[in-house]
Design a binder for this molecule. Structure first.
Ligand SMILES: C[S@@+](CC[C@H](N)C(=O)[O-])C[C@H]1O[C@@H](n2cnc3c(N)ncnc32)[C@H](O)[C@@H]1O
Length: 245
């Protein structure tokens, strides 16, 4: 991506006011102007996505729902495994992001992949049982995120897989198995991201760990394009819905 295109995206992310009376119109206001340049810029910002999507191995004929799936770029990470899915739905509240996803589906000739404009907090988006649900950098943008996770769990088959990759901050006193972020990190990132209606919190991970069996958890941090020294923490979590739930 050219430096000028980067500058345009940076302006939209940093200075362009986000308007709208409700969540859906705020999301469209934010993404409408940048959907076309979204993938190139976010590739350097939203880390852990490739690793998480590559780590999920869906069974043959699986149904996969990508919640807040945006432009569908993450599905590229499935490679040939995408052809083994019986259905894959990219759900997003922003039609502009889904328009980019639709172009990708056509370009790639993905037969069983579709888009759906919907709010993932409004209840199940498909009627059949689901094998895999993913959230990539969408949970921090969903104000009613517990509802989104409840919906995900209700759609999943027992034993089904949930994958979440996103920004976060640690608890002040996390368990010994997890990273502890310094005061500055825990205080700075929520303020920085709130400008774009992104809300990193320790609660997402705690919720995932208590509602699903943890298969893997990776915690790391990534640089921000054009902002030296700053590194924003992110995690990716893969879990399984418990039998009998
Ligand atoms: C940072 S983008 C991530 C897009 C994509 N998953 C990725 O990894 O590049 C967050 C996405 O979540 C979507 N989103 C936010 N709230 C939503 C909601 N309540 N229901 C569905 N999608 C939502 C936004 O429209 C946006 O496309």
């Amino acid at each position: 991506m050219s430096f000028l295109a980067d500058l345009k995206t940076l302006y939209q992310v940093t200075f362009r006011p986000i308007r709208g009376q409700d969540h859906a119109s705020r999301m469209e206001s934010f993404y409408g102007a940048q959907a076309a340049g979204y993938d190139a810029f976010r590739e350097r910002l939203l880390k852990g996505r490739a690793e998480m999507y590559q780590a999920i191995d869906p069974p043959q004929g699986a149904v996969w729902i990508d919640m807040g799936g945006g432009t569908g770029a993450n599905l590229e990470q499935l490679g040939d495994r995408i052809h083994s899915l019986s259905r894959c739905v990219i759900v997003d509240i922003s039609q502009s992001m889904l328009d980019v996803a639709k172009q990708r589906i056509q370009r790639r000739g993905w037969q069983h992949v579709e888009t759906l404009q919907a709010d993932v907090t409004a209840g199940p988006v498909v009627s059949e049982p689901v094998d895999v649900v993913t959230f990539s950098y969408s949970l921090t943008m969903i104000p009613d995120w517990p509802l989104a996770l409840e919906t995900a769990k209700s759609m999943l088959k027992p034993g089904g897989t949930i994958g979440v990759v996103d920004f976060y901050i640690s608890r002040k006193h996390p368990s010994e198995a997890q990273r502890r972020h310094r005061w500055f990190t825990r205080s700075f990132w929520p303020i920085w991201f709130a400008v774009n209606n992104v809300y990193p919190t320790p609660d997402h991970l705690a919720y995932l760990q208590s509602h699903f069996d943890q298969i893997s958890l990776h915690e790391s941090s990534a640089g921000v394009p054009y902002v030296p020294l700053l590194k924003s923490p992110y995690y990716w979590f893969i879990g399984r819905k418990r039998e009998g739930e």
